[in-house]
Design a protein around this ligand. Structure first.
Ligand code: PEP
Ligand code: CO
Length: 447
């Protein structure tokens, strides 16, 4: 069947807002589609090539960022801390494995959230659920929860400024390997983990000085003073994605979703006959799809063939999110089937979304032990199957929040959660926890 950027509109769709005024919605869509792209098709193709290398085991994928970006937390320190954290994690994993790390942020567009219920009830009052700042407001009032099409314009502008700052940090000197010490975040510096990172950065420092003495200084070798952080988000709100879908008329004549380099489909919207699959099959970006415990083996093969009919390497990232107590039961058979059928996919592990629990103090949280356990099982299952554990997908922040419990570096308890619980949606790893996990993942890759 013929695909167009709007052909998804003829299919059933889940997890969407109902806008009150069609005319306002149409005007916003028209305005958005006149705006410049946030990424170029060539960059998306570069990411696809790098993901192909991940699929062959020659590189590792690190994808991470907020569960949901918000309008209120949009500021330079947040973006800078995220940037520093992802560079630190990059160094830790690259140094211990000797492989390049492909860095993809859940950033510059991660604004729409699928929800388990259409309504939220507090003290007997029921209101439509919060669906992310691109749709409605998080405040628990009737007015805030009305979907507002203009939020799409604000999301675009925020994504654009975020992308701009990331590009500036990446190219403007902040990623220079001579600055590897400076990426250490203030609240990490003094603990054991900070010391561990310092030891590693001392070694990198020496290597960089040695190379400079050989004539390969960072002002001569761009790879030593620049980096690339690709952007990604769940393409849930297809009105927004369609408006930013553009044909690469000077390139391969294909359509790209120019709202981010990579887009993924959530676990709740991946039905084969639904609108999201229709939209995704027509865009040429590298794409992801979440794979939860309800995924069937035949269903997965059909999904792969719908999304990647040419079996192209680097095109499709399957993001496994089963939960620490379920991955052993549900993942190996899927992996075996995909391996036996010779489909090229990049496997990564999201150890966040299957491990949500409620703390004894009433907070939505995740325990570091479960997160670590799911990642370890993911690596072991691949090892046994002789397949490639390509990457990890995390909800994390460069700030010192208290949203997930546990870890050696900060041992957060249920009681601690209240002190700095800032997320708009799901609990994120703080910078200590994310860095600690990277050291462990580095070891797992080596094994
Ligand atoms: C997410 O990644 O924020 C998310 C909602 O995940 P999932 O679709 O896997 O539940
Ligand atoms: Co989430």
């Amino acid at each position: 069947m013929r695909w167009t950027p709007s052909s998804w509109r003829d299919f059933p769709i889940k997890q969407q807002p109902t806008y009150e005024d069609e005319k306002v919605l149409k005007d916003v869509e028209a305005e958005l589609s006149s705006y410049p792209p946030l990424i170029f098709a060539g960059e998306a193709r570069t990411l696809k090539e790098q993901l192909a290398a991940v699929g062959r085991g020659e590189a590792f994928l690190l994808q991470g960022g907020d569960c949901a970006e918000s309008f209120s937390d949009f500021n330079t320190p947040n973006i800078k801390n995220f940037f520093k954290l992802i560079l630190q994690m990059n160094m830790v994993m690259m140094y211990s494995t000797g492989k390049p790390v492909v860095k993809v942020g859940r950033i510059a567009g991660q604004f729409a959230k699928p929800r388990s219920s259409d309504f939220e009830e507090i003290n007997g009052i029921s209101l439509p659920s919060y669906r992310g700042d691109i749709i409605n407001g998080v405040e628990f009032t009737e007015e805030a929860r009305i979907p507002n099409p203009h939020n799409m314009i604000r999301a675009y502008n925020q994504a654009s400024a975020t992308q701009n700052l990331l590009r500036a940090f990446s190219r403007g000197g902040m990623a220079d390997l001579n600055k590897v010490h400076k990426w250490n975040l203030d609240f990490i510096k003094d603990n054991e983990l900070g010391q561990r990172y310092k030891e590693l950065s001392d070694k990198i420092d020496k290597a960089v000085k040695f190379m400079a003495a050989c004539g390969l200084s960072s002002d001569k070798v761009p790879q030593l003073h620049q980096t690339t952080i690709f952007t990604s988000h769940e393409a849930l709100l297809l009105n927004y994605e369609e408006a930013l879908t553009k044909k690469d008329s000077e390139g391969d004549q294909q359509y790209y979703d120019c709202s981010a380099h990579m887009l993924w489909i959530g676990d709740r919207t991946r039905d084969l006959t639904d609108a999201h699959i229709e939209y995704f099959r027509g865009i040429a970006n590298p794409i992801g799809c979440k794979v939860g415990p309800t995924m069937g083996e035949d269903e997965l093969i059909e999904l792969i063939d719908a999304l990647n009919p040419e079996n192209e390497e680097g095109r499709l990232n399957l993001i496994v999110r089963m939960g620490a107590s379920k991955i052993q039961e549900f993942f190996p058979k899927l992996l075996k089937r995909v391996k036996d059928e010779g489909r090229n996919v990049v496997w990564s592990c999201d150890p966040m979304h299957g491990n949500i629990e409620k703390s004894s103090t009433g907070y939505k949280t995740r325990d570091f032990e479960n997160i670590l356990s799911e990642v370890e099982q993911f690596f072991n299952i691949h090892k046994e199957m002789g397949t490639v554990a390509g990457g990890i997908h995390l909800e994390m922040t460069g700030n010192n929040v208290t949203e997930c419990t546990g870890s050696t570096s900060c041992s957060i308890t249920d009681e601690d959660l209240a002190s700095r619980y800032h997320t708009q949606c799901d609990p994120r790893l703080n910078a200590n926890q994310a860095l600690e996990l990277s050291f462990m993942v580095g070891n797992m890759i080596n094994k």
